[in-house]
Design a protein around this ligand. Sequence first.
Ligand SMILES: NC(=O)c1ccc[n+]([C@@H]2O[C@H](COP(=O)([O-])OP(=O)(O)OC[C@H]3O[C@@H](n4cnc5c(N)ncnc54)[C@H](OP(=O)(O)O)[C@@H]3O)[C@@H](O)[C@H]2O)c1
Length: 253
Amino acid sequence: MNHVLITGASAGIGEAFARALATEKQNLILVARREERLAALASELPDAFGISVEILVADLATADGAEKVAAAVTNAGWQLSGLINNAGFGDRGDFGELSLERQLNMIQVNITSLVALTWKLLPNLKAQHNSFIINVASSAAFQAGPNMAIYYATKAFVLSFSEALHEELRGTGLTVSALCPGATDSEFAAEANMTDTKLFKAGAMSAEAVVNEALAKRRKAIVIPGLRNRLMIWSGKFSPRFITRRLAGWLQA
Ligand SMILES: NC(=O)c1ccc[n+]([C@@H]2O[C@H](COP(=O)([O-])OP(=O)(O)OC[C@H]3O[C@@H](n4cnc5c(N)ncnc54)[C@H](OP(=O)(O)O)[C@@H]3O)[C@@H](O)[C@H]2O)c1
């Protein structure tokens, strides 16, 4: 039986992915730290949509978090038709003022665990017909981000890595897509200390709208949901880097 594995499924964009894929009748494996949130989805979605929902409680900020998830999938014999590497977080503030531990945890969750999970689950995904990976990057991936230096750098990594994999896997039946949302309504802004920034005050997309666009375009290398975000990123391509990085810094000062 095929499943789609979603990391960070306990809130925001990940939970919206779970709900949208349930309507497609996809069996799900939901991963996050907050067990009670995952358990609530696992008790709601199977009855409503006739699917199976498995939950894996894991901390992807730990060195062996991704390994534990991959081992649980292998041991259970679950076949994967999709992997959505969505778990992630940010933190606003000067690099030197923010906690080093939290910033290293951010690199672990946003980059290292994403890479490890992708690598470990690749043979499983390749063995299925027409499988997909969606790596959640961000509009932050396209320029440097003063006041959120590490977060922006992690998302630049995710975009570059995903684009390269998209080409490496061309013709295999497994596609890789980098999802690059702009400000999105979720728990992210509060977690990242960003609720009072110009970026979020200017309005955020709903997680559902982001996910609907992501799933409709899941075979594309790069998906930027929302016209405003596409225009921002497109105009950034024609601007010198000193302008785009200063603008990013101003938006989240
Ligand atoms: N919201 C935005 O404006 C925005 C814009 C662009 C990109 N993104 C990206 O979208 C993705 C989803 O974010 P969101 O907006 O949905 O934020 P969110 O509502 O805060 O959800 C984040 C998810 O990541 C999980 N997570 C965080 N740390 C984890 C850890 N150590 N181990 C396992 N799971 C962890 C959380 O689960 P637990 O806390 O239960 O572990 C939660 O399910 C992130 O990669 C984020 O960078 C967000």
